[in-house]
Structures are given as structure tokens and as C-alpha cells.
Unconditional design. Structure first.
Length: 367
């Protein structure tokens, strides 16, 4: 078990990752709260409630269930959860624990940040994506129509407790999907994380804690270090958007039905690698190593039949665009990226079409 500290001007909190992470909630303590609530999904709670209550010591916490899936990230659901909190007597001294993946974490964070103008939050992430990325950094959000995370806040948790044993209950496709975020962190950090992923990613399993635990911790530390230096996404934190501009557009163009989030990011990484090559910012050797690492994760749902005319117009709607100008995160080498604006649309379109036409050793994903 490892503990990292997010240190920024306006907040500090611990990120605890590894077997036994939920036990950190005992030391964190709940005595100062008038009430404690756990927001989660029913199937997840049925599988892990006994272990969570025993490890955390929070046997009297009250449970709020939200439906699984992206549709729960809505203002309507946020209002529903807030209403349930009110009915249960939650006040400004209540604590909300978000136990789940990215949907639960984003929604729970948004509710906590707005209920009675803000109550304390604990993130207890249960997917790879959430454990290495989305649960760290204090970003919350709900979707507005097809626009992902358009409405949100910065609301840092009091603590993040990432227990990897819960990853053993993920479907294989969901587990693989999260690994693309880990690959992104490897590209940003460079050695030794990138080298370790090259060596171990192809055979990584959720039940192989000896290999998985240190990789999760290393990937989480990348996010911790970036957030500590740029808490409000002024510039440096934009690097974490690597692959996401295209990834989000691909998700939106397919109605969030064909791709899991990480799978869309996987394709987004391949496109941005190709774009870096076209702009002559990224050398061939590093580009090949990066693309090979993406393909080591496993199979992706097909992209070849997706009409570029449905994807390309969505790019300018990226939340990080300023004045309509996309803030592209372009890799220059393994371990280094550059924020670039003003890229010609024809270059962007060409990179996307080239990735579509490339015979990647990937086929349709199966669970």
C-alpha cells in the first residue's frame, strides 16, 4: 500500500493505493460528521459491501444507489441524489463517499460540491480509469445531452482510497478499457513507467496483484504530481488531455454506445500519435513505440466504418477549446508533450483517416 500527497495552494489530501486502502478510512475517521453516506451502484455494493464495511469500519453509513451507466451523469440524477440526501437528514456536516467508477465519482463529486453549497467528499474508485485518473484531482461533472462533463466543478476529496482487489470483479473488456488511461500516463511520464508497461502490459491481469499494484501506484502518481503543480488546469494539467479531444468526439459521434471510455481514448491516442508525426513534432521511433503500447492492451471496437464527417465537427466543442481554438496535446517524444493551437483542419482530418485505414492488429472487442 502506498500513500501520495496532493499538495496545491488551496487544498491537500492523501491518495492511498494498494491492498488495504479502504482501511485508511479508519484513520481518516468519521466522528466529526453528523452523518455518512455511500453513493454506489447496486451490483457493486452487493459484491463488495461486506469487505468495504469491515475494512473501512463504516458499518453505520447509509447507502444511496444510482443506476449503472453514463446516463446517470445528468442534472436530473444529481437532483435526485440531493433529494435523497435531504430526505435522510444530510446537512453541511455530512460526508459523501463515492464508491464506484468514473460515473459514480464524477456524479458524487458534483453532488457533494453543490449540496448545501458543499459537503465533504471521499473518493473510493473501483475501476482502473478511476483509480489512476478520474478520482484524483477534484474535477467533477455531469453531462448535458451529448456533451460530456459540460457542467461541473472543482471539488477536491478529503481522501482517495483505491483498493485494487475490486478490479477482479470487472469484466475483461472493462478492465482492458481502463488500461488505455494507464498507457496515456506512461506516454506522459516516460521511463520507467513507459518501459514497465512495455514489458508487462500484454499479460497484465486483474488478479495478478504482484504486477498490477505497483503499476497502478506509478500511474496514479503521475496524476498526483500534475495536479499538485496545476490544480485548476491553467496549463500543465492540460497534458492529461492527451488523446481525449479525439476520444470524446468518437464517443459522442457513436452515442456512447460502441466504445467504452478507455477504448475511445485508445483510438484518440493512436490518432494524436499520427498527427504528431504529420506535424513533424514526433519522431518515427517513438511514434512506433507509443502506438505499439496502445495495441498491447488488446482489441478495440472497429473505427474504420465511422464517418469522419460525424467526428471532425465535434472536435471544436472540446471543453478545453479557447475562443474556438483547440488546445491540442501533441507528443514530441516519450515523456514529453506540447500544447499546440492553430493546427490546419486538413492535417487533423488526414491523421484521423490514416488511422482508420491502417491495418491495426485489433478487431472488435469482446468481453
Amino acid at each position: 500500500m502506498k500513500r501520495f500527497r496532493v499538495r496545491a495552494r488551496s487544498f491537500q489530501y492523501s491518495v492511498v493505493t494498494g491492498r488495504g486502502a479502504w482501511r485508511a478510512l479508519r484513520a481518516f475517521g468519521g466522528a466529526g460528521y453528523s452523518s455518512i453516506f455511500v453513493m454506489t451502484e447496486k451490483a457493486l455494493w452487493q459484491r463488495w459491501s461486506k469487505l468495504f464495511r469491515r475494512e473501512s469500519g463504516l458499518r453505520k453509513a447509509r447507502i444511496l444507489f444510482v443506476p449503472a451507466g453514463e446516463n446517470s451523469k445528468s442534472l436530473r440524477m444529481a437532483g435526485q441524489v440531493a433529494g435523497e440526501l435531504l430526505e435522510c437528514g444530510a446537512d453541511r456536516r455530512s460526508l459523501l463517499i463515492a464508491l464506484g467508477g468514473g460515473v459514480v465519482g464524477d456524479l458524487g463529486g458534483f453532488v457533494a460540491s453543490t449540496y448545501m453549497r458543499g459537503i465533504d467528499l471521499v473518493q473510493a474508485p473501483t475501476t482502473v480509469v478511476a483509480q489512476v485518473d478520474s478520482a484524483i484531482g477534484g474535477k467533477t461533472g455531469v453531462n448535458l445531452g451529448a456533451m460530456k462533463n459540460l457542467i461541473g466543478t472543482f471539488h477536491p476529496p478529503r481522501i482517495v482510497v483505491a483498493e485494487p482487489i475490486v478490479l477482479t470483479s470487472l469484466e475483461p473488456r472493462a478492465f482492458r478499457s481502463g488500461l488505455y488511461e494507464m498507457v496515456k500516463h506512461g506516454m506522459l511520464a516516460g521511463s520507467p513507467l513507459f518501459d514497465e508497461l512495455e514489458a508487462k502490459l500484454g499479460t497484465l491481469r486483474p488478479d495478478d496483484m504482484t504486477v498490477l499494484e505497483p503499476l497502478l501506484a506509478s500511474a496514479a502518481k503521475v496524476k498526483v504530481d500534475v495536479v499538485s503543480r496545476d490544480e485548476r488546469e491553467a496549463r500543465l494539467r492540460m497534458a492529461l488531455n492527451l488523446g481525449h479531444t479525439f476520444g470524446h468526439a468518437i464517443e459522442e459521434a457513436t452515442g456512447y454506445r460502441r466504445f467504452l471510455h478507455g477504448e475511445a481514448i485508445g483510438w484518440g491516442l493512436l490518432v494524436i500519435i499520427r498527427l504528431g508525426e504529420r506535424l513533424k513534432l514526433l519522431g518515427q521511433r517513438d511514434a512506433e513505440r507509443m502506438a505499439r503500447l496502445v495495441t498491447k492492451v488488446g482489441r478495440l471496437p472497429p473505427l474504420r466504418d465511422l464517418d469522419p464527417r460525424k467526428v471532425l465537427p465535434l472536435l471544436s466543442r472540446d471543453k478545453k477549446a479557447i475562443g474556438g481554438r483547440i488546445q491540442w496535446v501533441i507528443p514530441e517524444r516519450i515523456g514529453r508533450v506540447r500544447i499546440v493551437t492553430g493546427i490546419a483542419p486538413r492535417e487533423v482530418a488526414a491523421a484521423f483517416r490514416e488511422v482508420q485505414k491502417t491495418p491495426w492488429p485489433l478487431g472488435e472487442a469482446h468481453a
